[in-house]
Design a protein around this ligand. Structure first.
Ligand code: BES
Ligand code: MN
Ligand code: ZN
Length: 496
């Protein structure tokens, strides 16, 4: 999809297939809506008896007198005093989806001109382009029949004044890259686990390395993983016939500005299928455990975005990828394994495998002397119980890092909620036979999982994102969301 700015002054003169204007709740018109309303002698006011400007609602008005646009799409923005970045992002998404659904070729949005607390024109433009990119995603990789024809939507423009066009363009460029990163993460998530294997993730990383000059990719095979003594990761991988990979994908910018700064490291959980292993999961919805690699997918998506933007900052992605399967070689409850850090772990439940693969990746990260490490994982069902599908769970002992991540989430509408991570919870991981157990019992399951990881992150500032509730949607709309690529990319942009 192509994005540009549109600086025609008289909005009613603008020729486009679809013009998007916002209306707040209780019929408060935004400035662009007012212009169209006046030019059309009250066409928008006339529908306010039915259309109340609630968030996630819209109405399409065709052939308005005095207006050159073929259609005006009135988008509900919700209550004006509660209008924030998330509301704006949702409104742009609705506009883009409506344009795609109407099968028009181009559209112009005025939504980014509307002031919105805690945002800038640049960040609003970013949200608009990301929304446009998202609306163009369709899963086709393994479908042959009944495909809906691809939407004709090719171009979305942001209406603004000439003096602000440069700022808007900068935001559109960032949003384009974020959207591309999200769509990559979504495709990898949605692909079936017989095709999207650890090997396939490795190939995808290598392909990114060919496509973007700043990306250096190294895919470690089982032998090399053994040489690194990643005993916890390997214990999970051993249960499957599918070989594991450990991916190192580095964005190394050429600019001298980036030199001398410690890198930022992202660590992704890459379970291309999690059956639970010997502690096998119930069969209902087990297919959704193909999404257990969404942390890894978000790392690849974010590195793609960072490379497309030529970010002036070294960013390293680490992915530990394997399957968790029951077999004669699989982990058994009671097994004790030795992690790369030397700490021993008693495996009391083979379904708590994410922390076993992550702990070794977190130890591996030490060699880069990172400024900060963030791991991203579909780690616990307990996190879904706690936060549902709205917020990712954020765990960190570093308040500065935590606040930056929360802010990046708010700015992009890809929100996270901070969870506790106190020493008092560590006690639940006590084991009689190893340095720690891999589960902490029923209470606070997502917190004890984070506590487990914290034991491997003493060498650097660290945060953990549990995306079990946010990485994909279930039911009729089943599909990967691409989260938290926006949050991560925004965080990296802010740090650069
Ligand atoms: N991948 C799952 C977590 C998960 C479950 C994410 C359902 C999304 C939906 C993870 O490996 C897992 O199985 N965790 C266990 C931990 C438990 C055994 C301590 C869980 O959450 O049940
Ligand atoms: Mn599991
Ligand atoms: Zn898992």
């Amino acid at each position: 999809m192509e994005f540009s700015t549109q600086t025609t002054t008289g909005l009613q003169q603008l020729r486009t297939a679809a013009l998007g204007v916002g209306v707040f709740a209780d019929g408060v018109l935004t400035a662009p809506a007012e212009v169209i309303d006046r030019a059309s002698e009250g066409a928008i006011s006339a529908v306010l008896s039915e259309f109340k400007g609630k968030a996630n609602t819209h109405v399409v008005l065709r052939n308005l007198p005095g207006v050159k646009a073929e259609r005006v799409i009135v988008i509900g923005l919700g209550k004006q005093d509660a209008y924030r970045a998330t509301g704006h992002a949702a409104a742009e998404q609705l506009f883009a989806n409506v344009c795609a659904g109407l099968n028009v070729a181009d559209g112009v949005s005025t939504l980014a001109t509307v002031e919105c607390e805690g945002t800038t024109l640049r960040s609003r433009a970013r949200a608009m382009a990301a929304a446009g990119q998202r609306s163009s995603y369709r899963y086709e990789a393994t479908r042959t029949r009944d495909l809906e024809p691809a939407p004709k939507l090719k171009k979305l423009s942001l209406w603004t004044s000439r003096s602000k066009a440069a700022e808007a363009l900068a935001g559109l460029k960032e949003g384009t890259a974020i959207g591309n990163g999200m769509n990559l993460a979504r495709l990898l998530g949605d692909m079936p686990p017989n095709l999207c294997t650890p090997t396939y993730l490795g190939e995808t990383a290598k392909k990114l390395g060919k496509e973007f000059k700043t990306l250096k990719v190294d895919v470690l095979d089982r032998k090399k993983i053994e040489a690194e003594k990643m005993g916890a990761f390997l214990s999970v991988a051993r249960g499957s016939d599918e070989p594991p990979v450990f991916i190192v994908i580095r964005h190394v910018p050429k600019s001298p500005k980036a030199k001398g700064k410690a890198p930022l490291v992202l660590v992704g959980k890459g379970l291309t299928f999690d059956s639970g292993g010997i502690s096998i999961k119930p069969s209902a919805n087990m297919d959704e455990m193909k999404y257990d690699m969404c942390g890894a997918a978000s790392v690849l998506g974010t590195l793609r975005a960072v490379a497309e933007l030529e970010l002036e900052r070294e960013v390293i992605g680490l992915i530990a990828s394997c399957e968790n399967m029951p077999s004669g070689r699989a982990n058994k409850p009671g097994d004790v394994v030795t992690s790369m850090s030397g700490q021993t772990i008693e495996i009391l439940n083979t379904d708590a495998e994410g922390r076993l693969v992550l702990c070794d990746a977190l130890t591996y990260a030490e060699r880069f002397k990172p400024e900060a490490v963030i791991d991203i994982a579909t780690l616990t069902g307990a996190c879904v119980v706690a936060l549902g599908h709205v917020n990712s769970g954020l765990f960190s002992t570093d308040d500065t890092l935590a606040n930056e991540l929360l802010e990046a989430g708010r700015e992009t509408g890809d929100t996270a909620w901070r969870m506790p991570l106190e020493d008092a919870y560590q006690e639940q991981l006590r084991s009689n036979f190893a340095d720690m157990a891999n589960i902490g019992g029923m209470p606070a399951g997502s917190v004890t999982a984070a506590c487990f990881l914290s034991r491997y992150t003493k060498a650097y500032p660290w945060a953990h994102l549990d995306i079990a509730g946010t990485a994909w949607k279930s039911g009729k709309e089943k599909g990967a969301t691409g989260r938290p690529v926006p949050l991560l990319t925004q965080f990296l942009l802010s740090r650069s």
